[in-house]
Design a protein around this ligand. Structure first.
Ligand code: BES
Ligand code: MN
Ligand code: ZN
Length: 529
């Protein structure tokens, strides 16, 4: 899908030929003399429209407009949150098969964050998963024009929004793929395609190398599966070599049966989403490749299946992690922390400025926070605040959780340095305490995305979260060190030809810059946010 930003007020928007024109009408709307403004003003006056975010009035071939359909849409205070909420409220009309060209026009002055939010909301509403369907009804929407009072004022936010769409859709695609279409090997192949983007390199380690590194915990999880593990290492080099990188670590369990501590059958299919942390790291790199910020980032993905088998790790087995600490695996279903702890030890070797791990780690986090906010754990207040702020800006929210040492008490073991599980109470926190044993004094944060990475029920599918939060955090960091607010390097921007044209293409290779352009899981989740 193509996005375009245009200087376009309601007067000019009325003559844009399109299938759907959406006019965003904020509180305190001051109508001009043009046909659209007059319509909106009349509708407001008669109570047929309200400026509350999401309130709307639809018209067909309205007089004075070139659009086939027109939606006058209340945009609340006009901020990112309200604009997102409003556009998603009319998401059905955006996604409709007859909507190929849409124009979203801001009445009055558009806030930069709201323009970014509008781009993402249009993409989110129109997204369709197609990869494993035989009768493909692809996304109908091919072009979206965003009309604002002054395009120059919001260009940067618009570009960020467009790059984020690529990243989010890359993450959604890989999250949604069934586990037999998203094995550790295929995930590694997807990571390798990202290395076609400027400044990105990718290295993939196999079982032998992981054994050589001494990643006994990661190996223990992988041993129950016929699919070989992969340890994926992505590097984005946007700053001087000696500049310490931010390291992102994504849980990449491509299917979680629970292993010998096997899960119940109901909704086990949703455990294909157990690699959404990994998918979010891939999505972030996809966006970095387009945005080219001045920062160094490393992405680490321990990817494997968690399966029961004759060779699978058993409850009570003791393994030695890469850090040298031994672990009694009391529950093989607490496998995420096992693959992550070795990746965190590896991350520490890279002398990072900060480490952020992203994982669908605990059902307990779904119970604690539902599908609205991801769980945020951090041993460093500045890092926690930076991530929270980025989440607020990107409308990809998180909530800080505690890390008191008392929560680690339950991890004591009689047979190893630690067990891998404690009691049920505070389960998302004990999981975080386990991870904390592997980061020492490094500035570290852990995002538990078990509730936010996908939706269950009728709308089952991955959300692409928290790509928005992470990219915003990295842009802010790049801006802070450059002494300017979230500036992106324009010179090296990827050409249009380098961008995949569709969600399906997003799933595959981002084209090289030289290439030609292509044409009741638990009820807590069901239908959740
Ligand atoms: N991938 C799951 C976490 C999960 C479960 C996310 C349900 C979303 C919905 C993780 O590997 C897991 O199984 N965690 C266990 C930990 C327990 C054994 C301590 C859980 O949450 O039940
Ligand atoms: Mn598990
Ligand atoms: Zn898991």
């Amino acid at each position: 899908m193509n996005f375009d930003l245009k200087t376009l007020e309601l007067t000019a928007a009325a003559s844009e030929k399109c299938d759907l024109l959406i006019a965003l009408i904020p509180e305190g709307f001051k109508p001009g003399k043009d046909a659209l403004s007059t319509l909106a003003a009349q509708a407001l006056k008669n109570g047929d429209l309200a400026t509350k975010a999401g309130k709307s009035l639809q018209l067909y071939q309205a007089a004075g407009t070139a659009a086939r359909r027109l939606i006058l849409l209340g945009a609340g205070d006009g901020a990112a949150r309200a604009v997102r909420q409003a556009l998603l409220a009319v998401g059905g009309a955006i996604k409709a098969p007859q909507t190929k060209r849409v124009v979203v026009c801001f009445a009055g002055k558009a806030q930069a964050g709201a323009v970014n939010a509008a781009v993402q909301a249009v993409a989110e509403a129109s997204y369709v998963y197609t990869t494993t369907k035989s009768k493909v009804e692809a996304r109908a929407l091919s072009r979206c024009v965003v009309g604002v009072h002054s395009a120059a004022d919001v260009r940067e936010a618009f570009d960020t929004g467009v790059a984020l769409v690529s990243g989010v859709e890359f993450a959604r695609e890989w999250g949604n793929r069934p586990a037999n279409h998203a094995t550790p090997t295929l995930l590694a192949d997807a990571a390798k395609t990202l290395a076609k983007l400027p400044r990105i390199q990718c290295k993939v380690h196999g079982p032998a190398e992981v054994a050589r590194l001494g990643m006994g915990a990661f190996l223990a999880v992988a041993r129950g599966s016929e699919e070989p593990l992969r340890f994926i290492e992505l590097r984005y080099s946007g700053a001087a070599k000696d500049k310490a990188p931010v390291v992102l670590v994504g849980k990449g369990i491509t299917f979680d049966t629970g292993g010998i501590s096997i899960k119940p059958a109901a909704e086990m299919d949703e455990m294909k989403f157990d690699m959404c942390g990994a998918a979010s790291v891939l999505g972030v790199f996809r966006a970095l490749g387009e945005l080219q910020p001045d920062i160094n980032v490393v992405g680490l993905i321990p990817a494997c299946e968690n399966m029961p088998d004759g060779r699978a790790v058993k409850p009570g087995d003791v393994v030695t992690s890469m850090s040298g600490q031994t672990i009694e695996i009391l529950n093989t279903d607490a496998e995420g922390r096992l693959v992550l702890c070795d990746a965190l030890t590896y991350a520490a070797r890279l002398k990072p400025a900060a480490v952020v791990d992203i994982a669908t780690l605990t059902g307990a986090c779904v119970i604690a926070l539902g599908g609205v906010r991801s769980g945020l754990f951090a041993n460093n207040d500045a890092l926690a605040t930076a991530l929270q702020d980025a989440g607020d800006t990107a409308q990809d929210l998180c909530w800080r959780m505690p890390l008191d040492d008392d929560y680690a008490d339950g991890l004591k073991s009689n047979f190893a340095d630690m067990g891998n599980v404690a009691g049920r109470a505070g389960g998302s926190i004990t999981a975080a305490k386990f991870l904390q044993k592997y980061v020492g004094d490094l500035p570290w944060a852990h995002l538990d995305i078990a509730g936010t990475a996908w939706k269950g029920g009728a709308a089952k599918g991955s959300t692409g979260r928290p790509v928005g939060l992470l990219v915003q955090y990295l842009l802010n960091e790049a801006g802070a060190t450059a002494g300017k607010a979230a500036k992106v390097t324009k010179v090296t921007k990827v050409t249009k030809a380098a961008r995949p044209e569709s969600a399906a293409a997003a799933a595959g290779a981002p084209r090289a810059a030289t290439a030609k352009p292509a044409s009741t899981r638990r009820t807590a989740k069901a239908g959740g946010a």
